[in-house]
Design a protein around this ligand. Structure first.
Ligand code: UDP
Length: 480
């Protein structure tokens, strides 16, 4: 889809991601998507995050047909809060605290200096940069919000923020989330802190939505058709432009996406997967920040082994427990599964024909990536919006099963330990080829086809992207 326009007729958008993989990766994908539609895209981030995204942008720029490279501009982080990695994934705890968000304010001044110098026509900012509506106003340009999750989790959060049905102290009693098209039962122990206790940052974010030109969503109409029109409370307009990960079409795109992969990782992993039967392998990964206590890690290992299915388990040790502390090298080698550390090429793995299931923490990106690969899920939410995403996967689109009743917390020690038997049982339900598994596989395969159609020329997300760009172009011309 080569779209060439003279520079002055091109729309120039600044993309300002939040400094966490689950927010930054889809925004980089979005910049690529918009560039393919003729936009001049500039990603603004800090030096260590540039190192994470530069290889994939270079690959895109070198292979892109449209001759308009994506530009990356660096802003130095004036606050020391984000040292050493300048990214939430390098923190001991993945909690998005008020202090962390306050440190993000220090990006405002260098960002505005770049706005002054480059004068883009619009900003796509992560919702967590709560100051960005002011920056946009200062330069008289529209600000679009991106918050990295789907419509359903946002809707459930906002409904629950207004109305927590239980206050009798029993956090395990189920209640029905009010005002949804599906019957969704939850427990108070599954709710994240930002829902249980409103804070100044969530209020600022909601105010930010309302002051924005609209929201750009990483979802697609056919996936969330029952909920998209209900999201009007939070923002003036929304454009569903996903699944964004589908812009990674070739193998190199998938390998370079998100971060630098350990040497030899892809080769080891690919050779191993190539030797497995179709749909026989369970892929296990709990996102960029999911960590566990050692007893829980051991239960997971026992559950995986007891299931009898081959598996690839990507264990994150950043800021957490190192693999060698609980699993000696020889024991690891003797396993039927491949246990790896570091950054995995998740989209590449999920799309390999040997993968038959995905045990996931239910980050929104991981849910979408599983759906676009046509892989059913074993759901294991940890914190934040992941419990709402899990409900979407299990109760709305019905392409996954729960491991058990979990407790929502960023702190691994606060979570209830899932036993090897619970884990084994959930894996079997997805992998065993019984009626339930077959029905899930059929549903996820249908959703996969719909997701591919959505981003093709003429599909809903393709058209929404065009529509948004045309609107922004009109604003640019009216201003000129
Ligand atoms: N990811 C990856 N390799 C890893 C871990 C994560 O490629 O080893 C990617 C994954 O494909 C997804 C993103 O990182 O695009 C994680 O986002 P998600 O919303 O699933 O979870 P989060 O990390 O934000 O909790």
């Amino acid at each position: 889809m080569a779209v060439c326009q003279e520079n002055r007729h091109r729309l120039h958008i600044f993309f300002l991601p939040f400094l966490a993989p689950g927010h930054m990766i889809p925004m980089v994908d979005m910049a690529r998507r918009f560039t393919e539609h003729g936009v001049k895209s500039t990603i603004v981030t800090t030096p260590l995050n540039v190192l994470r995204i530069q290889p994939s942008i270079d690959h895109f720029n070198n292979s892109s047909e449209n001759n308009w490279p994506i530009e990356i501009l660096q802003i130095k982080f004036p606050s020391s809060y984000f040292e050493p990695g300048e990214n939430v994934s390098s923190f001991q705890s993945p909690s998005i605290t008020g202090e962390l968000l306050a440190s993000m304010n220090s990006l405002r001044q260098p960002f505005e200096e770049l706005l002054e110098k480059h004068r883009p026509d619009a900003i796509v900012s992560d919702a967590l940069h709560v100051w960005s509506p002011d920056s946009a106003d200062m330069f008289g340009i529209p600000r679009l919000v991106f918050h990295g999750c789907g419509t359903f989790p946002i809707l459930v959060s906002t409904k629950l923020m207004d109305h927590i049905p239980l206050d009798d102290g029993d956090d395990e009693k189920k209640f029905v989330v009010p005002g949804l098209h599906h019957r969704i039962e939850m427990r108070v122990s599954e709710l994240p802190g930002y829902v249980l206790k409103r804070n100044i940052w969530t209020d600022d974010m909601v105010r930010g939505y309302r002051r924005s030109y609209g929201v750009v969503m990483n979802t697609f109409t056919d996936l969330e058709k029952d909920y998209i029109r209900d999201d009007v409370a939070t923002s003036p307009s929304s454009w569903e432009v996903g699944p964004l990960s589908l812009c990674n079409r070739d193998k190199t795109d998938m390998i370079l996406r998100g971060d630098v992969i350990a040497d030899g990782f892809s080769a080891t992993c690919m050779d191993w997967m190539d030797s497995m039967k179709p749909k026989s392998v369970l892929y296990v990964c709990f996102g960029s920040c999911g960590k566990f206590t050692i007893p829980q890690l051991k239960e997971i290992l026992s559950g995986l082994d007891a299931s009898g299915y081959p598996y690839i388990w990507v264990v994150k040790s950043v800021g957490g427990t190192h693999l060698s502390e609980w699993l000696p090298e020889e024991e690891r080698r003797s396993k039927k599964g491949l246990i790896l550390t570091g950054w995995a090429p998740q989209v590449l793995i999920l799309n390999h024909n040997s993968i038959g299931g995905f045990m996931s923490h239910c980050g929104w990106n991981s849910c979408l990536e599983s759906i676009t690969a046509g892989v059913p899920m074993v759901t294991w939410p940890l914190f934040g919006d992941q419990f709402f995403n899990m409900k979407f996967i299990v109760d709305v689109v019905k392409v996954g099963v729960e491991v058990g009743d979990m407790v929502c917390s960023e702190i691994a020690e606060e979570r209830r330990v899932m036993t090897r038997w619970q884990i084994e049982k959930a894996i079997r339900r997805v992998m065993d080829g019984g009626d339930e598994a077959v029905a899930m596989r059929k549903r996820v395969s249908t959703l996969r086809s719909l997701s591919l159609k959505a981003v093709e020329e003429g599909g809903s997300s393709f058209n929404n992207t065009r529509r948004l760009i045309n609107e922004l172009m009109k604003l640019k011309h009216d201003k000129a």
